[in-house]
Design a protein around this ligand. Sequence first.
Ligand code: BES
Ligand code: ZN
Length: 984
Amino acid sequence: MGKGFYISKPVGIVSIILCAGALATIIALSVVYSEEKAKNNNQVSPTDGGTTSKPPVTTLAPSNEPWDKYRLPKNLVPDHYNLTLWPRLTPDLTTGLYIFTGESTVEFETTEETDLILIHSSKLNYTILENGHLARLTSVNSGVRVPLIKVSWLQSVTQYLVLQLDGKLMTGHRYHLYTKFTGELADDLGGFYRSEYMEDGVKKVVATTQMQPTDARKAFPCFDEPAMKAIFYITLIHDRGTVALSNGEEKGYPVTIDNQHVQKTVFEPTEKMSTYLLAFIVSDFDFINNTIDGVWIRIFARKPAIAAGQGEYALNKTGPILKFFEKYYNSSYPLPKSDQIALPDFNAGAMENWGLITYRETALLYDKEFSSNSNKQRIATIIAHELAHMWFGNLVTLRWWNDLWLNEGFASYVEYLGAHEAEPDWNVKDLIVLGDVHRVFAVDALASSHPLSSKEEDIQKPAQISELFDAISYSKGASVLRMLSDFLTEEVFTMGLRTYLSEFAFGNAVYTDLWKHLQMCLCTRISRTLRPTVNIIFPQAVDANGTELPDTVHNIMNTWVLQMGFPVVTIDTKTGVVSQKHFLLDPDSEVTAPSPFNYEWIVPIKWMKTGAVQSPYWLRGKSATNDAMKALGTEWVLANLNVVGYYRVNYDEENWGGITGLLILFFKLIPVINRAQLVDDAFNLARAKIISTVLALNTTKYLDKEREYMPWESALNNLDFFYLMFDRSEVYGPMQDYLRKQVTPLFNYYKTLTENWSKVPDGHMDQYNQVNAISLACRTGLEECQNLAKTWFKQWMDTNNNQIHPNLRSTVYCNAIAASGANEWEFAWSQFKNATIATEADKLRSALACTKQPWLLNRSYTLDPKMIRKQDATSTIVYIANNVIGQSLAWDFVRARWSYIFTQYGGGSFSFSNLINGVTKRFSTEFELQQLKQFKEDNAEVGFGSGTLAVDQSIERTTANIKWIAENKQNVLNWFRDETKPVF
Ligand code: BES
Ligand code: ZN
């Protein structure tokens, strides 16, 4: 982040709260003021002609007029746009604002006659043209009468430019709509916005875009819906010496406009595409490049980052990942170039603009001196994710946002396949279980969850669209698609995918179109393959061609897509009875949402008996008997192999006893992923009161022998809940004693493996688990670990030479800062301010929140973008909340400042749900529950945007936590005490 982290003197949080309070009041007042003003200014007077005016805006109460509806009518279809934009990278001398100017002509066809034009537009100021209106309408074909514009205005609520005509546009005719406008190049991370950084003491400004989901309309008037695909002819005007980029290839030449000697960059016309995938960027960045099979690949970043070689990893991996997806989709990359750019200010992680992918710096730039293996994995997977969208999402686009889950879920699944191609030694594909399946189980087990699929008519407003970018769409989407690919076989899955892409290329589809293609391929394959037996388990298989499935793809998948939640499958190995039940973390919570399938799923079960893999079983209906699942004597059953199924598994007590015994004696007989599953299932079944907490805790007893990352990570995720619930109670001490006992062998193992911490373990997973070993050993107070962290940190302070390996930095910084005082903290703070790479700044930013001194915690964290970039504000607050000492500080900050945070730190990313879940995750008292409910009530008007669901989830989680503590505290305390009793 160059000298980019330009942070002014630390100011106390209290004073910032006061300042921000005053600021918020000013903002609130000015909103009311501008609304009032707009009411008196809602139509264009023809005498205003020729000047740039304040946009006339109406704020009338919603009626049933077409401009009061959020969806566009379907009578006008864009064909292409000619768009010129000129962002100014220095502030306007009179207003002090950064602005852009633009001119656009859109050619559209009338498919049904109409005298009304609605086109999206938000926060743009239009020049009143010679006709006295905000736009000019002409005909493409000569000899056609063009109706005159009667009135034109901006409908701010629904974000339209509205033109009422004095006659009809004729069906089948084409027209041109011309507009001239200006907009603010604000630092709001949405639409055409401004990013800033420091380079050699000089402030640099970048003009860049984030259109998804509904902000293209902030950059120019457009039919801003994903199905309104068009071709875009883009031109950017910019200062000479700066670089302009967009979706197509660029050609630039110098011009003089209004006596200004500038550069005009004209881009090759795009393919037919959706507005949300557009991108325009002006910067003075540098790039590196190569060409692979005719595709030109470039990585852009700040000049010092490129000079330091930080783009090399991304450049080296992009080609192979692109080639992998060409094979996977059986379709060549649809564009001549693929640009990727790292931006100092970026709300999400990355955005799949077609041909010009944008990233936050930490998601694209790699430096072996600073980046951990986890940073590296994130870069490889995020590149894979965005490249996957180049076909799935960009070439074929879902018709409306209600199907977003398929777009994001698909990319979130295949990102693991792409990353595996880039780094075949990592076993990265297994990590979907921790990163997506387990992650989303936690939210999808709440009664306040929601189904993957929404109805088109329920998703209308931009805020409703933004809410869809949640863990359900991403991680549940990824999990159920992985399950689908597994039971269809990858061969059938990719065949269906390929024919789907080829049918809908450059067009739009709905999710059931994919099911149709998969079904088609399944049928063709099965009729082509000679099968000795059809289906023994389900002779009633419905498919005429004799598919192995118990039903059609459509019907099976509907049970996963149209109802929320997932089942817990219980296998009684004494009777062979297999049954299913909606899994609820709080069994007393009330599920009010009706389900079309009565909360029953069609469940594919892969399983093994006493170590031998058996033929898969399908469960349909509440319960069924499968004699093969009976276990006799020392036999044991383990289901959901490799956790390819989106469900949890419970067993009869004896089988549980067998499995926990096996864990202690022969844990290697159970596949690694399933060891992680057993821990996660057991802890969650215990939280749901299906099994005892003691049984869950028993699954951790074998950990002193476990060396693999996935089971440890799974255990730590679950024990984290224990820390959250008990780190303010008497359970804390005995729990620390137990965990220290369990982790010490792992710590010693790594000490030996790394030759006293001087080497890096070879394997990717081993590198991860080394971090776990150190984190938990230090957290549980293992003195040797704490001394190690303090010594390494002190060496850095003394020599100003950081010898700590990047993999270990986050945990070492955090533990060193937690174990020491102001000097160490001050040192980290100054390192943070001077960091030259975002990935190092991020490690320090999170470590600064580990201090045990409240006054230090108070020092650095504010909503002042000069201190912490806007993109990092919400995660910083969550870091503070993670610290037991910072919890109430963070919560008080958020609830006192919600409306300010909400208006200033919006955008369509996950940050609000992360923020709300983050600051409330420790909540476990009646008092906290009341505060949370009050928070919901107090801010109902302001709203919670993408955090809406998180508020209800937090209330539900807190309610469950209160009950869980009451019922479990004593048992848990006793168990930890027993396990740490000295043995005589
Ligand atoms: N399309 C999204 C970016 C996005 C997210 C835009 C939210 C608007 C609102 C992009 O493809 C994406 O999913 N990015 C992820 C990264 C991925 C590896 C999960 C992100 O930004 O975190
Ligand atoms: Zn995505």
